[in-house]
Design a protein around this ligand. Structure first.
Ligand SMILES: Cc1cc2nc3c(=O)[nH]c(=O)nc-3n(C[C@H](O)[C@H](O)[C@H](O)COP(=O)(O)O)c2cc1C
Length: 308
């Protein structure tokens, strides 16, 4: 297991600089943390997205900036802006299923677009010092859309291709299509990383066993719900549930302290901190999990957390 790269997935609204920093302090760093997608707004990069990336970079974390784009113009703006901010590794998001992005031709809407994929090839060639990776889904509605562009993807200088084997229409529901993943794994000529529904060390071991030669695994909701997961996989030993929860309480209290110092007002802190528990129902139990979700005030939130 240990030679697999273990990546923290980008999850908008969750995996920001504070999360990355505190996660690496408590559990040891992931092999890389991918930023939530950075996009062009009014012709330029959003300043707070760049600041979120550079904060991790300056803290010495293994952070990769992820970009989402609909054409060569947007991609060029993003690559120029991020390299100016010091990025030497950039991930190309061609899999986001959010309708706000796909309706504008970004994310999963790009995977079947041969012209755009050729443009991507030209754009990345202009940045020879940057390492590029790509994250895809199977397609918008059909699990075969990736076939339209895989020959071009195979000619891109990618460190790896992360595949989340769902179509955009599924969003995050249903089950990952492992047959489709196997087809991509077989046809890809670049290293492949698997992403999707990995929640336990056993899930990771099963995936590793089923796909010899896999470059790595990427964890999103599973890691948010069980932040010790990468450490457990790396050490080859599952942590006892009690210890996991104890460490998780420490992790969350550090996040809480960080955001309490940073944000103004109880409701801002609550709306930032409550989502960090969103995927932890299995770890902390249904009752505390529901109480945290329902908590509308700080005292209610704190007493809900105390029941864990
Ligand atoms: C709320 C939310 C926000 C996400 N934001 C991003 C994003 O910014 N970029 C990206 O590539 N994927 C994003 N994803 C997808 C995850 O990175 C990952 O591919 C997906 O959750 C499947 O993996 P998992 O089952 O391990 O969570 C997001 C997922 C969720 C649920």
């Amino acid at each position: 297991m240990t030679d697999l790269k273990l990546f923290c997935a980008p999850v908008q609204g969750h995996t920001d600089h504070a999360y990355r920093m505190i996660h690496s302090e408590v559990y040891g760093p992931a092999d890389a943390y991918f930023t939530p997608f950075i996009r062009v707004e009014k012709g330029e990069l959003r300043r707070r997205d760049v600041a979120d990336f550079t904060a991790s970079r300056e803290a010495g974390l293994p952070v990769v900036a992820q970009v989402i784009f609909r054409d060569a113009d947007e991609l060029n703006i993003l690559l120029s802006g991020l390299t100016a901010a010091g990025a030497d590794e950039i991930d190309l998001n061609m899999g986001c299923p959010f309708p706000l992005q796909t309706a504008r031709g970004r994310g999963a809407a790009t995977i079947g677009n041969r012209k755009l994929m050729e443009d991507v090839k030209r754009c990345v060639a202009a940045f020879p010092d940057v390492r590029f990776s790509m994250k895809i889904r199977l397609g918008m509605t059909s699990p075969d859309e990736w076939r339209e562009t895989i020959d071009i993807i195979n000619r891109l200088p990618l460190t790896h291709l992360t595949v989340h084997p769902r179509v955009a229409r599924q969003q995050y529901g249903g089950t990952p299509d492992m047959d489709a993943f196997r087809s991509i794994f077989t046809e890809a000529r670049v290293p492949v990383v698997y992403n999707g529904d990995l929640r336990t060390p056993a899930d990771a071991a099963d995936t590793d066993g089923a796909f010899p030669g896999l470059e790595g695994l990427m964890f999103g909701r599973g890691l948010l719900g069980r932040p010790s997961l990468l450490q457990e996989i790396r050490e080859g030993e599952e942590m006892a549930h009690e210890e996991r929860v104890e460490r998780m309480m420490d992790f969350h209290s550090r996040l809480f302290d960080h955001y309490s110092a940073l944000l103004c007002g109880e409701s801002q802190v609550l709306s930032k901190i409550k989502p960090f528990w969103e995927y932890a129902e299995e770890e902390i139990g249904r009752k505390p999990w529901k109480a945290i979700r329902k908590a509308g005030t700080m005292p209610k939130y704190l007493s809900a957390v105390a029941t864990i």
